[in-house]
Write a protein that binds this ligand. Structure first.
Ligand code: PXP
Length: 245
């Protein structure tokens, strides 16, 4: 079974377009959890065009009312991000190497080049009881010193898989199977998340091909699906795939 964390950034983007609290992302998050989602993810960017840093505390208050539901905050670990996330203490922080103006996360960490920086940052979160996940490419050469960084989890960046899925899904999944087997053998204590461009079409094959994914975080496609199916039905459709034992 894989946990489904709903990334609500795009709901926040719509809210921000008019400067009023519509849609109310606390209410949307509450519904996502009531309909069965296992958690909520936000990615407060430096320009706050999606979720804002001021959204973090109310979201934490909401999510902590539920048993076994998790709050995941993604972002580049700037000093400001580190301070604000430690204040809020989510269950998990997912660190991405995005530059400030990035449209969306488009690559994972080079763990060799950023070893010292990441080791220090990961420790800061962990001493505050926040589980850390590092966003990574499906490429073994960027992961060789992962044990030194001591992350709890890694999140596989699934853009390449998603974009090659319709051409040849067994080819598209190959590098992901390779990396997940490498991690399982070399660092069995590091757990695996996945995310980016996953959708109702490609999620099932991904989860059937890699059996140990702890959590998927899904935003863009899930929110687009709500226009067609409504929020409750959309969450159920994703759960039917992710929660299959
Ligand atoms: N994981 C990370 C690190 C992300 O930055 C994003 C997008 O904010 C996602 C997962 C979710 O991607 P998508 O919106 O394509 O589902």
């Amino acid at each position: 079974m894989t946990a489904l964390s709903v990334n609500i950034n795009k709901f926040a983007l719509v809210r921000n377009a008019r400067g009023a609290n519509m849609p109310d992302i606390i209410n949307i998050s509450k519904k996502c959890l009531q309909y069965g989602a296992d958690g909520i993810t936000v990615h407060p960017r430096p320009d706050e065009r999606h979720a804002k840093f001021s959204d973090l505390e109310p979201l934490k208050n909401l999510i902590s009312k539920y048993r076994n539901k998790e709050f995941n905050i993604e972002g580049y670990p700037s000093d400001n991000f580190i301070k604000k996330v430690i204040n809020v203490k989510p269950n998990q922080v997912t660190l991405v190497p995005d530059p400030p103006g990035a449209l969306t996360s488009s690559f994972g960490w080079d763990c060799e080049k950023n070893k010292t920086f990441l080791t220090d940052v990961v420790q800061k979160f962990q001493t505050n009881n926040i589980r850390v996940s590092l966003f990574i490419n499906p490429s073994i050469k960027t992961l060789e010193n992962l044990d030194k960084i001591s992350t709890n989890r890694v999140e596989l960046y699934t853009y390449d898989y998603a974009h090659n899925y319709s051409k040849n899904k067994s080819e598209a999944i190959k590098s992901y199977i390779k990396v997940s087997s490498y991690l399982k053998n070399k660092f069995p204590h590091i757990e695996l998340n996945a995310g980016h461009d996953l959708n109702l079409e490609n999620l099932d094959y991904f989860l059937k091909s890699i059996d140990n994914i702890k959590e998927v975080s899904i935003g863009h496609a899930l929110i687009c699906d709500t226009f067609e199916f409504g929020l409750e039905n959309t969450i159920k459709k994703y759960l039917e795939i992710s929660s299959r034992l």
